[in-house]
Design a protein around this ligand. Sequence first.
Ligand code: GDR
Length: 338
Amino acid sequence: MSKGQKTAFVTGITGQDGSYLAEFLLSKNYRVYGLLRRNSLPSFGNVAHLRHELDFLFGDLADPACLSMYISKLQPDEIYNLGSQSHVHESWAQPIATADQTGLGALRIYEAVRNVSPKSKVYQASTSELFGETKISPQNEDTPICPANPYAAAKALAHFDAQVYRKSFDLFISTGILFNHESPRRSPDFVTRKISLAVAALKLGLKGSRIPLGQSGRPVISGGKLELGNLDAKRDWGFAGDYVEAMWLILQHDHPDDFVVATGEVHTVSELCETAFSVVGLDWKKHVVVDKEWIRPTETGPLVGDYSKIKKTLGWQPKVKFQELIEMMVRSDLARLS
Ligand code: GDR
C-alpha cells in the first residue's frame, strides 16, 4: 500500500452501487476491500471488470465475528455499508432475512466499529422508503420516518441506530437517505431495468429463450406483453453514478450527519413506461398490462426528495436527468441484446 493511501471497506460491493462506488474510490487512489459472500463458484456481479484491482474478503453481514475481524485488521478509514436485502416486494416474502441483513447487518458493523476501530468513518445506506406513505412532499431530513414494509422497517432500525451510536459513542456514522437510483447495472428485479430490458426485447423482436429474464427469474415479456404492478406509483429516479459521489462527500464532511440524496423530480411508473418506449418509437399502452402479482400490500409515496441540504453543505447536485437516464438504460439494453 502506498504511503498516505486511504482504505475503504465496502459491503454490497457486487451490486449496482458497490460497483460505481468502487470505480469512484479507485479513481481517488483508495485501496478498496469488498465483502463478498462465498458461493460454490466465484461471482463478482457488477465488479467483474475490477476484480484485479479490488481486494475481496469472503464474509457475510450475518456474521459479527467476521465483520469484527476484518474491521479490526484493516482499521479502514471509511466503511460503506451498502449490503442488504434491498428489494421491497421481496421483503414481504423474506421478512426475517431482510431484518437480519438490512437491519441487524448495519448494527453489527456499528458494533464492530465501536469495539475495534472507533476512528473508522461509516456511511450507512438509508432510503426514501423510510418515509412510507407520507403526505409531506417533498421529503427532507426532518420528514417523519414511518416505514410501510418490512424492508423499510429494517432500514429504519439501521437508520435510528446510526443516530444512536453517533450520539452515544461519539462515532462518525453518517447516513445518505437515497431516493431511487438506477443505471444499466440495475438488477431487472427493479422496475426501471425490467422496463428497459422489455423495451429492448420488444424492439428487437426477441422470442423464446432469447428473451432476457427479469423479476424473479421470469422472462421480461410474455406473449408480447410487459406485466407490471402499480402504474400510478410516484418515484424520484436519479442516476446511481451521481449518487455514489454523494456517499463519498458525506464521509468527507467535518461531522457525521444525515443527508437526502435525490433529484427533486417526480414521475409515475406510467410516465416511465412512456419515456422508455418512446426511445424506440413504440406505444407503451399496446405492450403493458397490469398483473396483480406485482402490486404490493402497501405502496409508498409519492416519494420525491428535497436535496437542498446536501447541495448547500457539500455542493452536491444530480447531473443526469430522468429522460437521459431512461434513454441510457434502454440504449444499453438494446446494445446488450442485439
Ligand atoms: P422501490 O423500487 O421499491 O422504490 O425501491 P422498485 O423499482 O422495485 O419499485 C418502484 C415502483 O415501481 C412500482 N412497480 C413495480 N416495481 C417492480 N419492482 N416491478 C414491477 O413490475 C412494478 N410495477 C410497478 C412499485 O410498486 C414501486 O412503487 C428501490 C430499491 O432500490 C430500494 O432498495 C431502495 O431503498 C429504494 O428504491 C430507494
